[in-house]
Design a protein around this ligand. Structure first.
Ligand code: GDP
Length: 292
């Protein structure tokens, strides 16, 4: 994860190593390398612009702490800015009982897998979740969810295999007063965003009044993923994101851009294919991994 970005950023830090202090001249070169590293990692250009302006202002404005060398100081500034750009840690909101959590996303993003990962995570926290299989679009999705539900001993509500809105209506009725406190919904994705899918999701949203609508996004999909996150957010007013496949060779573009572009937080990351490969999102840990 982040190998390329890490290696390139370390070149920027080397520029300042052995220097007595940060000057306009030496910082210029280091900043240029940081800028290129971020652009090559597929970070949104607006994010890069803001990042660079802030780092430069802080680096030139701040006295170098006596305990730190200029390169250590610069690393600290870059780290603080990485954390800032990813936003603060935002907890999962569970208000209603039962609390509905809708997972939405494009096909292949890891949505169905994430439904099970999240249920497993909540079960470990003492919740009593149930899943609703409402992805009627991808043929194998319902059976995949049933298998995953069995693995973690969480029930899966299925129904009419053609009409997701009908499934959800029935599920809402049967979940009432059933003792399940969290209801996680797997919804249908498409290969590309289309109006029919959005309308269906809007309808499911109004039927369930969810505490969370999480857009599941594949870290490998780069700025395309950030653009679809923007569109989903405009239509559905999502509450946050789950970034999957962070174990692959994702370059960093998605995780470093999505918060700034949409103003919505990342809540979880997927770090592998197994059900346990799922973590809460801590911006400082990610910044630490980026800097190595
Ligand atoms: P959906 O179409 O969005 O429901 O996608 P799936 O849940 O079926 O996932 C698509 C593929 O991505 C499957 O092969 C999953 O095992 C895989 N996948 C999901 N999340 C992760 C992850 O965090 N890391 C890795 N390496 N693979 C993942």
């Amino acid at each position: 994860m982040f190998e390329g970005l890490q290696e390139k950023l370390s070149r920027a830090f080397k520029v300042l190593s052995g220097k007595g202090k940060i000057t306009e001249k030496n910082i210029q070169e280091a900043i240029k390398i940081v800028k290129l590293s971020l652009l090559e990692a597929d970070v949104n250009y607006k994010v890069v612009k803001k990042f660079i302006e802030d780092v430069k202002r802080i680096a030139l404005g701040e006295e170098v702490l006596r305990s730190l060398t200029p390169d250590q100081m610069f690393i600290k500034i870059v780290k603080d800015e990485l954390i800032k750009i990813m936003g603060e840690k935002a907890p999962l909101k569970i208000v209603h009982n039962p609390s509905y959590i809708m997972l939405v996303g494009l096909q292949g993003s890891g949505k169905t897998t994430t439904v099970a990962k999240l249920a497993n995570f909540l079960k470990r926290k003492g919740k009593n979740p149930i899943l609703i299989a409402a992805d009627t679009y991808r043929p194998a999705a319902i059976d995949q969810l049933i298998t995953l539900g069995n693995k973690i001993s969480v029930p899966v509500f299925t129904g009419d295999r053609k009409n997701p809105v009908k499934i959800v209506k029935k599920a809402v009725e049967s979940v009432k007063n059933s003792g399940y406190d969290v209801v996680i919904l797997d919804t249908a994705g498409r290969l590309h965003i289309d109006d029919e899918m959005m309308k269906e999701l809007e309808e499911i949203k109004s039927l369930t009044n969810p505490d969370e609508i999480l857009f599941v996004v594949d870290a490998m999909a780069g700025q395309d993923a950030v653009n679809s996150a923007k569109t989903f957010n405009q239509r559905l007013d999502v509450s946050g994101f789950v970034i999957t496949k962070m174990d692959g060779d994702a370059r960093g573009g998605v995780i470093l851009s999505i918060r700034y572009v949409t103003n919505k937080p990342v809540k979880f990351i997927g770090v592998g294919e197994k059900i346990e490969d799922f973590e809460e999102f801590y911006p400082d840990r990610i910044a630490g991994r980026i800097l190595g």
